[in-house]
Design a protein around this ligand. Structure first.
Ligand code: AMP
Length: 183
C-alpha cells in the first residue's frame, strides 16, 4: 500500500481529504467532476481519521449503520465495528434474495433504485445512514425513506464529502447531515 501522507497527530480528516481526494473530469459522463476518495480510504491514518470524524456528531445515538452501495459499505462496516453497532447494506436492485422495500430517485448522473430487505430492520431501531459523497441528495433521500418505511428512526446522515453547490441537503431536510468536508 502506498502511504502518501505521513501520519501525524495534528493531521485532521479534512487535511487528508484535501491532500488525497482526486477529481476525475468527465467521469462517468461528460460534464461530471467525479470525486475519487479511493486514495483516502487506502491510507491507514486517513481512513481512521475519516471514520472517527463521521461518527463524532452522532456518538451513542445509533444502533445500526446503513451503508449505501458501494463505497458506503466500506464506511459503514468500519463505523459499525468501531462503535459496536450493527451494519446494513443499502443495495442496488436485484441483489437481495428476499422481499424488498424499494425507493426510486434521481442522482447527478442518472436515475436509480435502492433496496433493503423487508423485515430486516426492527421498528424503532436508530439508524445512521452513510455514504461517501453527497451530490444532489437523491441517494440519501431514498435511503432515509427506506428506513422510515421500515419503521426505523433515522437519526442522521454522514458523508465524507459534500458538493455544497448541488444543495443536496435540501433533499433530506428533516435530518442532521454531517459532512467531513463541504466543498
Ligand atoms: P446524489 O444522489 O446526487 O447525492 O449522489 C450521491 C451518490 O452518487 C453517492 O453514492 C456518490 O458515490 C455518487 N456521486 C454522485 N456524484 C458524484 C461525484 N461528483 N463524485 C463522486 N461520486 C458521486
Amino acid at each position: 500500500m502506498n502511504i502518501s501522507v505521513p501520519a501525524g497527530s495534528d493531521t485532521t480528516a479534512q487535511d487528508y481529504i484535501e491532500r488525497l481526494c482526486l477529481t476525475v473530469q468527465d467521469f462517468p459522463r461528460p460534464g461530471i467532476s467525479f470525486r475519487d476518495l479511493t486514495p483516502v480510504f487506502g491510507d491507514p491514518a486517513a481512513f481512521r481519521a475519516v471514520i472517527d470524524d463521521l461518527v463524532r456528531p452522532f456518538a451513542g445515538e445509533f444502533d445500526l449503520v446503513a451503508g449505501i452501495e458501494a463505497r458506503g459499505f466500506l464506511l459503514a462496516a468500519a463505523v459499525a465495528y468501531a462503535t459496536g453497532t450493527g451494519v446494513m447494506a443499502v443495495r442496488k436492485p436485484g441483489k437481495l434474495p428476499r422481499s424488498v422495500l424499494s425507493e426510486s430517485y434521481s442522482l447527478e448522473y442518472g436515475d436509480a433504485v435502492l433496496e433493503i430487505h423487508q423485515g430486516d430492520v426492527v421498528p424503532g431501531t436508530r439508524v445512521l445512514v452513510l455514504d461517501d459523497v453527497l451530490a444532489t441528495g437523491g441517494t440519501l433521500g431514498a435511503a432515509t425513506r427506506l428506513f422510515e418505511t421500515a419503521g426505523a428512526e433515522v437519526i442522521g446522515c454522514a458523508v465524507v464529502l459534500e458538493l455544497a453547490a448541488l444543495t443536496g441537503r435540501a433533499r433530506v431536510p428533516r435530518y442532521r447531515v454531517h459532512a467531513t468536508v463541504s466543498a
